[in-house]
Design a protein around this ligand. Structure first.
Ligand code: ZN
Length: 457
């Protein structure tokens, strides 16, 4: 707490505050790591640092439920420090590190190591634990031991827990611990060997594909297991229209099921693989325009709870290969907010001028507040990090609240230059493209960690 008390006084001046309670013009004064005052044309305390927010949205810091930090074991791709810096530049004040490191986070020692690495990072680094030992899908990891360290979400992400009996026992155990299981929904028998979505484009290109059913079978099975056990289930990176329908039905039934979608599945399709570019190879694969539109509608209707990046850094050699050999995944943290707002609040596939030219325009349909909710207070709840749960994320922006904030300029256009990104990897599909909207400042626990779109440390 001594460190928090030492936090400088900051005035975020002239912006529009957007949080769960609504939108209003207001200055925000922070000191000692918390919000002190919110109001129109506030006096500037002497010695305060003034951060200009003219024309900007001032929102609760974003929360990413799905970040691959690659440490320990794959530091050539990313490490906690560089990934957290990329997150701060993207407006995130908390990220959940996925456990598919080497060794993986299936025990307290590795979890403690990642938490210690994250302790000094410019955003909060929470850790997800593995469901099974070695993410091998056979024996349960020591969930209780990990939960005692504060781990609240468990996943074998990168791999699916295929055995229904194992997943059932994990859900029963998780229910008793009050933690959430997150599934990477992928039927191996249908998906193995695939480099893209199985459909018209995979036929045209002659590339082996995985059908959407590879995802939907596991979504349906795990919803059934959530019903059987009463366990809390989170479905990672959903990509198909029928997955959204399955989640809608599960929620209508009152099951404890939540779901996320990535920014890239909201704006790219399998047509983007037309150039055989490995940068567009991702798992689950980019699907059809009909799927994309259903995912957007799932966001609008509230069936989908969160937008999560699935930030997946890979070294150059893992992507500088033929499509069939390339590692799946793309960077996401630094571009997520601009891409998501461009997809959901303009409602056009080409909303940002960053789409793929499949020309499927639609009417604007989501307000900024609801989009921010998908990236801040709603994922904060799923990750057990919300202020309402005793955590420090997701707002609302009010006196006494932890000063975790993102200031976003919706009018600034910028060209994505991979060489200038904080991430240690360069595998962004937005390379050379112009995005509209950029994070101007990020305040983490009262510290201005990004000022004027520049990382401060
Ligand atoms: Zn995954």
């Amino acid at each position: 707490m001594a460190r928090l008390e030492a936090r400088p006084t900051i005035v975020i001046r002239g912006g529009t505050v957007v949080d769960e309670t609504g939108e209003r013009r207001a200055d925000v004064v922070c000191a000692g790591g918390v919000v002190k005052e919110v109001g129109d044309s506030l006096a500037i305390p002497s010695g305060a640092t003034v951060l200009d927010a003219d024309g900007c949205f001032v929102m609760p810091g974003l929360v990413d439920l799905h970040t691959h930090l690659r440490q320990p074991g794959n530091e050539d791709a990313e490490c906690v420090e560089t990934g957290a810096r990329a997150a701060a530049l993207g407006g995130f004040t908390a990220i959940l590190a996925m456990p598919n490191t080497d060794p993986c986070v299936d025990n307290a020692a590795v979890a403690s190591e990642v938490l210690a690495l994250g302790a000094e990072a410019p955003c909060r680094v929470a850790v997800a634990g593995a469901i099974t030992v070695g993410r091998a899908g056979e024996n349960l990891a020591p969930l209780g031991e990990l939960a005692a360290l504060g781990v609240r979400l468990f996943t074998d992400d990168g791999a699916c827990v295929s055995d229904s009996g194992v997943m059932r026992r994990a859900l029963e155990y998780a229910r008793g611990l009050g933690v959430t299981l997150a599934q990477h929904c992928e039927d191996q028998g249908l998906a193995s060997g695939a480099s893209m979505h199985e459909g018209e484009w995979s036929s045209i290109l002659g590339v082996p594909g995985a059908p959407a059913e590879a995802e939907e079978l596991v979504v349906a099975r795990d919803i059934a297991l959530a019903r059987l056990t009463g366990g809390r289930l989170h479905l990672l990176h959903l990509s198909s229209a029928r997955s959204v329908a399955l989640v809608a039905a599960a929620k209508a039934e009152g099951l404890r099921v939540s779901a996320e979608v990535t920014p890239h599945h909201l704006c790219l399709t399998d047509a983007d693989l037309a150039g055989y570019d490995p940068l567009f190879k991702v798992n689950p694969p980019l699907r059809t325009t009909a799927d994309l539109l259903a995912l957007r509608e799932g966001c609008r209707s509230g069936v989908l709870d969160a937008v999560a990046t699935d930030h997946a850094p890979h070294p150059r050699e893992a992507k500088d290969t033929p499509l069939s050999d390339a590692a799946p995944g793309m960077l996401g943290l630094e571009t997520a907010l601009a891409v998501t707002l461009g997809s959901l609040s303009s409602g056009s596939v080409n909303g940002n001028g960053n789409g793929n030219g499949n020309g499927n325009g639609a009417a604007p349909y989501m307000g900024v507040k609801d989009v921010v909710g998908l990236m801040s207070w709603r994922p904060a709840v799923i990750g057990h990090m919300a202020t309402s749960q005793g955590g420090d994320q997701g707002g609302p922006i009010a006196p006494g609240a932890p000063a975790n904030l993102c200031v976003f300029d919706p009018a600034e256009s910028w060209v994505v230059d991979p060489a200038k990104m904080a991430s240690r990897s360069r595998n962004t599909p937005w390379s050379g493209r112009t995005l509209k909207g950029r994070v101007r400042h990020t305040i983490c626990a009262g510290e201005p960690v990004v000022v004027g779109a520049e990382a401060q440390r």
